[in-house]
Design a protein. Sequence first.
Length: 451
Amino acid sequence: MTWFTVALVLVVAAAGLLRWRRPAWYWLTFGVTLAVVRVLVRYGSVMDACGLTVPPSRWRLTLARIANRPVPESRPPRILRVRPTRTGLVLRLKLRPGQDAFDIAAASDRLRHSFSMYGVISRELRSGVVELRMTGYDVLKRVQMPAKTDARPMRVPVALREDGAVHYRDYRAVPHALTLGATESGKSVYQRNLVAGLAAQDVALVGIDCKQGVELFPLARRFSALADNPDTAADLLDALVDHMEGVYQLIRAEQRITADVPDAEIASDIWDLPADVRPVPVVVLVDEVAELALFANKEQEKRRDRIITALARLAQLGRASGIYLEICGQRFGSELGKGITMLRAQLTGRTAHRVNDESSANMAFGDIAPDAVLAAIQIPTDLPGVAITGDSTGGWARIRAPHTSLRQAVNTCNRHADLTPDLPALAPFRPALGTRKPVPAPAVESAPAAA
């Protein structure tokens, strides 16, 4: 009995230490088993307390009277499947007649407390089937991306969602995106994750960094074109527009509109072209869009209108030619001048890190997901990298990108530098890469000769 007591104390102490220092390890060793038992044991009473049960049907009441049995109890949604994950549980429910998926979503916070889970998020899979994704610990406190992700061409994992799922940046589904955030909010780390994820793919990276290139120029070995001031940026965007028009001419030449070609094989964008003639896709990263829109005199105003017009044309027409925009900034409102709101309307993906005021959050989500505005202004200052992401469907989620240092991003770009495509239209803007000079070893002073 003594040895059993000692072993039990050691197990409890180890579980408590893991829960405090390594919540992910605790969940995989102890937490998942306890959570499954807790959910299955409490399920009926919790659903009844949350008002998620339906009264017995008339035929069941009739049968109970005929058989002289007690009145049947109210029934909760039926559990179809319980699946443990590396961060929580996935509970799939079959709704009873008369129930609605909104009822489950409205009770998510009560379910979180009742099942002693860190978070509960519900989503409707199909008519009558709802999935509850429960997290056992705060997965955004210390982001650990899974070892295996579903990365595909033009689709890279960039962050972790609060329900434990991986957040992907899919350029073919969401061609253009806007990323907002105040200083020290994690915007640069999010951008580094994008560049590091795209570096290993067959894609051309084009950067515009008007902060004298301090963010993007260290990654220059993987970039096909870079601009570090508004004047160069204006010329680079004009060259991108010319490149876009050239790609469209190629698509017209390779469209294959003949009577013997099925409709599904007629090319309307670069992804319908044969692989041997398909031009390489281009991702344009703008580090601080306000520096392109501000002006102080008439000459700079003309340059500004030229830049915004080129960006708007790329946003409207660039998707089919394989040009995708990734625009970052601290604010993106109408105070930046004419054409800004038209450009913002073309940016389907929206990501907002911590912002300084509600109006900045409204710039990102006010026209697509008003509920996300409140979540964006509640991001704490001690959690850099936490962001709210959404798109034109109105859905949104809380994410956090893993910390990627500038050195890690530079090493990734240098490792894949051989994949950098050379685009003739962008050749004048190819960053000049000097050869590394060997650092001479410090001179060693000889010991004075003995007298």
